[in-house]
Design a protein around this ligand. Structure first.
Ligand SMILES: [Zn+2]
Length: 388
């Protein structure tokens, strides 16, 4: 028996969890990372894939996606997207609530090839009415935001559920202001769990929301356009909201969550100019933005790279940082013994254009293109389809 099932040979290994950025081989055995180092014994491997000139990173973790395909209108098929996007773990941001988490688990999570880890929506029905024709926010009717049911369901699925998700704002919770946040916090506190918070148009304003977030809670859609953008005034002023700096300093996780309405170049430029980088980059990919402007996680990562965020920080924001944010230090790393989830990316030169949610276009000479995705030691071809 050869000691290794697979060696990814000669790539540039970029693993921020180990501060590793060097040409090396990655060896895999029994579904786990066996070794990372220069010139590992390839002749003893069952399979060797030459990845010279490519970036080899821990498997990408998309901290904000919607993948309850078929069970919710906004869900996309995670297996269909994973190989193409280089994503080995999708965190579902509250597609399901207490009323339908069982179906999400049985019909999708347990069957998917890619790892899916859910936040539970504080609203009983999850995100139930989300299409181009019809939009009824799940936080509009406070009777649905039942703390007892959410706590019960989160406990029943305690091996899976990462925390509570709440969507606040004019779209998700028309007229309800800050009230849904208090109910979500009550559930999170009863569970001792983290909270992921979406804000869209005010009310509530971010300045009301941010002081209530606790260490370990996640603010998603952090770089959305105005209103409820990340800076004091619209435009490139560099004046990031003091409440946002305060939130970060007490350990609130700052996440991108691109989606169809939640990432503007203007907001991102203002934050990067002020030295306020996101902790986590995520796509918020769902049925209405998978064909643009979000597309997938590497597209969102490329936008921040082109805007000036350093490559090592961009990779960290899609590997070790989301792993920490969900309390899974075994993921987002190529340490020996970790699950063999690996993404190979091409840092491609060329002429590209990117669009934000406001329709602004940005031209670029580089983008990150996934060329190989390995889940649990098994390489998927980029054209591998899904089940749905
Ligand atoms: Zn979302």
């Amino acid at each position: 028996m050869p000691p290794y099932d697979l060696v990814l040979a000669n790539g540039t290994v970029l693993d921020p969890s180990q501060r590793l950025h060097a040409v090396a081989d990655v060896a895999i055995a029994d579904g786990r990372v066996a070794a990372v180092g220069p010139a590992l014994p390839r002749e003893e491997a069952a399979r060797v894939i030459d990845v010279s000139g490519k970036l080899v990173t821990p498997g990408l973790i998309d901290l904000h996606a919607h993948v309850y395909w078929g069970g919710t209108s906004l869900g996309i098929d995670p297996d269909a997207l994973s190989a193409r996007a280089g994503v080995t773990t999708f965190v579902d941001a509250g597609s399901a609530g207490a009323g339908n988490i069982r179906g999400f688990r049985r019909h999708l999570i347990e069957r998917a090839r890619v790892r899916v880890l859910p936040f539970l929506n504080i609203s009983y029905a999850g995100i139930f009415a989300f299409s181009r024709q019809l939009m009824v926010g799940e936080s509009v009717d406070l009777r649905l935001l039942h703390v007892g049911e959410a706590v019960r369901a989160a406990r029943e699925h305690g091996d899976l559920v990462l925390g509570i998700k709440v969507r606040l704002g004019l779209i998700a919770g028309e007229g309800r202001g800050i009230a849904p946040l208090h109910l979500a916090l009550a559930a999170a506190e009863a569970l001792g769990a983290r909270l992921m918070v979406h804000t869209d148009m005010p009310p509530p304003t971010r300045r009301e929301v941010l002081p209530l977030l606790r260490p370990g809670d996640i603010l998603t859609h952090a770089f959305r356009p105005f209103p409820n953008g990340p800076t004091v005034d619209p435009g490139v002023t560099g004046r990031v909201l003091p409440e946002l700096w305060d939130a970060r300093s007490r350990g609130v996780v700052i996440d991108i969550g691109h989606g169809m309405g939640s990432f503007s170049f203007e907001s991102a430029e203002a934050c990067l100019a002020a030295g306020f980088l996101p902790d986590v980059i995520s796509s918020d990919v769902h049925a209405l933005c998978i064909d643009g402007p979000a597309y997938d996680l590497p597209t969102t990562m490329s936008k921040l790279l082109v805007l000036g965020m350093p490559l090592d920080r961009v990779i960290a924001a899609a590997t070790v940082a989301p792993a920490r944010a969900i309390g899974r230090p075994d993921l987002g790393t190529l340490r020996a013994g970790a699950p063999a989830d690996v993404t190979v990316l091409d840092d491609r030169a060329g002429t590209f254009s990117f669009m934000d949610v406001t329709g602004r276009t940005m031209h670029a000479r580089r983008r990150l293109v996934p060329v190989l995705t390995v889940i649990g030691g098994r390489p998927l071809a980029a054209e591998d389809g899904g089940s749905g």
